[in-house]
Design a protein around this ligand. Structure first.
Ligand SMILES: O=C(O)CCC(=O)C(=O)O
Ligand SMILES: [Fe+2]
Length: 254
């Protein structure tokens, strides 16, 4: 990842995003021509299932990139399967019940490079958002801190352990768990003199999945806190909400 971002712009532009598609090199969360852009370069690819991969966006330089990503993707999927089993057990439902909702374990990855910014307090590295996923494994790749989460209305800085994953609960797990696990709003700030890099691996339902609280939880709770929605409709709402925090999620509440 470091070597990819270090290349001259021209080399990275070979992988530029195309209209209507998030894959490739560029900026995400662009909703209007008047907004300030995030102080970051992003690179997004689909990893799983393997037939969702578009190798046109997989850099051939550095030469080890593809093999490294393949291995990373496999291990991340394995870890997330374990975590989803633990979460299911924690909620007192069948251990496989959550995992079943992520059939084929769709997975994608956003690598983000935040250049240093002299006026760091005036720039936003990554705008506040929740992840539209089940679970996200986030790795802060070069030891520079910058992630913040919104807790009780206040931004709290996260001090990540070196080499450890930060596990973020996403919108879909909040819905499936009927609100037991809350999707965390987060953002990234930038540093005045140091660059920062992060890699987020997202685990989401398949495109044609319908998402709603697990029936066994609804039965126990006596009500479903969220209505049923197709995953692609959910994604459309996610982007239409223009990153207004958790609005897209709150609007699903019945
Ligand atoms: O850079 C970070 O720490 C946050 C990245 C993130 O939230 C994302 O890629 O969705
Ligand atoms: Fe995120």
């Amino acid at each position: 990842m470091t070597e990819f971002f270090k290349q001259p712009l021209e080399a990275k532009k070979v992988y530029s995003m195309e209209p209507g598609n998030l894959e490739g090199y560029g900026q995400h969360f662009v909703v209007s021509e008047n907004q300030k852009l995030d102080w970051a370069d992003m690179f997004y690819i689909m990893l799983r299932p393997s037939d969702s991969r578009n190798l046109r966006f997989w850099p051939s330089n550095p030469p080890s990139f593809r093999d490294s990503i393949e291995m990373y993707s496999f291990e991340a999927a394995k870890l997330v399967s374990c975590l989803l089993r633990f979460v299911a057990m924690d909620m007192g439902v069948e251990p496989e019940s959550l995992l079943q909702r992520f059939g084929g374990q769709p997975q994608s990855m956003r690598m983000t490079y935040y250049p240093p910014c002299k006026q760091a307090e005036k720039a936003v590295g990554l705008s506040p958002h929740t992840d539209a996923t089940g679970l996200t494994l986030l790795l802060q790749a070069n030891g520079v801190q910058g992630l913040q989460i919104r807790k009780d209305g206040k931004w709290v800085a996260i001090n990540a352990l070196d080499g450890a994953f930060i596990v973020n609960v996403g919108d879909i797990l909040e819905i499936l768990s009927n609100g037991r696990y809350k999707s965390i709003e987060h953002r990234a700030v930038v540093h005045p003199t140091m660059e920062r890099m992060s890699a987020a691996v997202f685990h989401q339902p398949c495109k044609d999945a319908t998402v709603g609280p697990l029936p066994e939880l609804v039965k126990r709770d006596g009500e479903a806190l969220y209505g049923l929605i197709g995953y692609m409709d959910f994604i459309a709402r996610f982007f239409a909400a223009k990153l207004d925090g958790r609005d897209h999620l709150e609007s699903l509440k019945s």
